[in-house]
Design a protein around this ligand. Structure first.
Ligand code: ZN
Ligand code: ZN
Length: 371
């Protein structure tokens, strides 16, 4: 009997120890989780500021032309978030895989659902990239989420509309501008392939939050006149007309930064073996600007964008923008062949597309489907 009591006591002791241990273990796990979540939130907050601090560090605000300033800032955000590596076609696939195609544009998703979508975009991207060029997925997710929330949920509701999210990602991802515009058109047109003005207006409302997020709202923020500046006559707009207008030179004023962002991307590695007449650097990268009045006066993009001028040259002079370098010999041969009619002129800025949109094709990503 005595032994039995002892055994019961001992068992109770063991049970209480186990319970206590499991309690404290649970407690520890809970605490660990809280610390982890807090540090995640803390880290995310740091990175949210980090993107803007880094952007400020680039000194874009000294660029006096607002179009170049805006395009440079958004290109910076795009690259910092590694969105330039995600082609628009991969973006369309990601929307489809996340089941967003079946959801109403005005439906809202919360930030954790957005995080899941964004995470899958980056994990899929890393699968496509060679081992040497893998991106830091966690950091990219955090930077992009913070930027999207700052841009589209400034009041902190913790929710974004499907249309905001699609408009932002389809505009800021990589790929050709013509493909992006086709995708955007698929979002704002009816089943007959005719653009709905109200939807285009909604698109402008969303997409012009991007310049606003990088403090360029005064130049490119949304106004109720934005649609009219793009399409002065309210006639029937089909795909090719839409592309003609948005890809025109110059493009509509409120969206002028978008094709420029693409041109910036295309010239980032353009090398010009000529000296800048202002800063005297021996060669230039990016755009090169040649004065149409002063013989041999050329500026690098950094000097031109900042309005630098010296000698007899004034920043009121007309400048020509060059995106590549042609040696004088090549320029001469180009001019000769042009005069002999060997160079095609009047090339279309985009191919002609059938006006009726293709039906969504799940298995063929390179067909324009509705995203
Ligand atoms: Zn220079
Ligand atoms: Zn000049």
């Amino acid at each position: 009997m005595k032994q039995e009591t002892h055994w019961i006591r001992y068992s109770l002791y063991i049970i209480s120890v186990v319970l206590h241990w499991s309690d404290s273990n649970n407690e520890r796990m809970r605490t660990d989780r809280m610390i982890e979540e807090r540090s995640k939130r803390g880290k995310a907050m740091v990175e949210r500021r980090q993107l803007f601090i880094e952007m400020r560090g680039q000194n874009f605000d000294v660029i006096r032309l607002s179009t170049y300033r805006t395009a440079c800032k958004l290109r910076f955000v795009q690259k910092r978030c590694n969105l330039h590596l995600v082609d628009v076609w991969n973006m369309i696939e990601a929307f489809r895989d996340s089941g967003l195609n079946t959801m109403d544009h005005n439906a809202e998703i919360n930030v954790s659902r957005l995080e899941t979508i964004v995470s899958s975009i980056y994990y899929q991207l890393n699968k496509r990239l060679p081992t040497m060029h893998q991106i830091n997925v966690e950091q990219s997710i955090s930077l992009l989420l913070n930027f999207m929330v700052a841009t589209y949920d400034s009041e902190g509701h913790g929710k974004l509309s499907i249309f905001s999210m699609k408009s932002m990602l389809a505009t800021m991802c990589g790929g050709k501008i013509v493909d992006k515009l086709r995708c955007i058109f698929s979002q704002i047109s009816d089943s007959n392939g005719v653009m709905a003005f109200a939807k285009f207006d909604q698109f402008l409302h969303e997409v012009l939050k991007l310049p606003t997020a990088v403090f360029e709202g005064p130049s490119f923020g949304y106004t109720e006149h934005s649609v009219r500046t793009c399409f002065p006559q309210q006639k029937k707009i089909l795909l090719n007309t839409f592309l003609d207008i948005l890809m025109a030179d110059p493009p509509p004023q409120c969206l002028v930064w978008l094709p420029l962002m693409h041109r910036l991307a295309n010239v980032e590695n353009a090398f010009h073996p000529v000296e800048c007449s202002y800063c005297r650097s021996e060669s230039m990268m990016g755009f090169r600007y040649r004065c149409q009045q002063c013989h041999g006066y050329q500026l690098c993009q950094s000097c031109f964008w900042r309005g630098h001028a010296n000698g007899p040259h004034s920043n009121q002079h007309q400048m020509k923008e060059h995106s590549s370098w042609k040696s004088p010999a090549k320029t001469l041969s180009h001019a000769i062949s042009k005069s002999l009619g060997c160079v095609p002129i009047g090339e279309l800025p985009h191919p002609l597309f059938p006006e009726q949109l293709d039906k969504p094709q799940d298995s063929v990503p390179h067909t324009v489907g509705r995203i």
